[in-house]
Design a protein around this ligand. Sequence first.
Ligand code: TYD
Length: 206
Amino acid sequence: MQKKGYFITFEGIDGCGKTTQLENAYKMLTEQGIECVKTREPGSLEIGSKIREILLNYNGEVSDNCEMFLFLADRSQHIDTYIKPKLKEGIVVLCDRHTDSTLAYQGYGRQRDVEQLKELNKIATNNIIPDLTILIDINVEEGQKRAGKNPDRLEKSGKEFFERTREGYIALAKQYPERIKIVNGEKSKESVYNDVKSLIMELLKL
Ligand code: TYD
């Protein structure tokens, strides 16, 4: 039986289906008697929910720097007061989006300096790195279709932005092949789940 607190993140463009897959993984682990929690970025804690509200719903202008620092601020609080203590207790943490979202969206999508963002992520996370990142990859048209009719502030960013973001994720998976595993999200939900499950079972040696 595993004792280490594994940190598993789920990534991908909007509408890729990662939230459903995270729920499936949570259910599977819980049924196997493995202590785990599900969480998300941005906005899983009280401060985070206020930050999330600005990031997703604020109608006025949000500068690119402001957006970046808000995601990082949310992450710092999340890591220090929630994720780190859970991992210390030996709990498996399943997180919907984390550092790679900032690299893909703010870095590749908004065309900021990715190397600089990596350094900022290090500060925000205290160098805590996921044990496994599941990147659910789908094409942008499909993602936009699935994401639905009421786009939030980020989702209004346009097709080119999401093309760059998707390419960014794939580039990151090439840079960190040990950690980031790509799952083809265009297959059936069941088939995607089988891939997700295998990756988690392998990590936890189940
Ligand atoms: P959310 O409704 O949680 O989207 P999803 O269900 O697709 O995860 O909204 C989060 C949005 O914030 C999403 O568009 C991705 C974006 N985001 C960033 O741009 N940078 C980040 O660092 C994070 C964590 C999210």
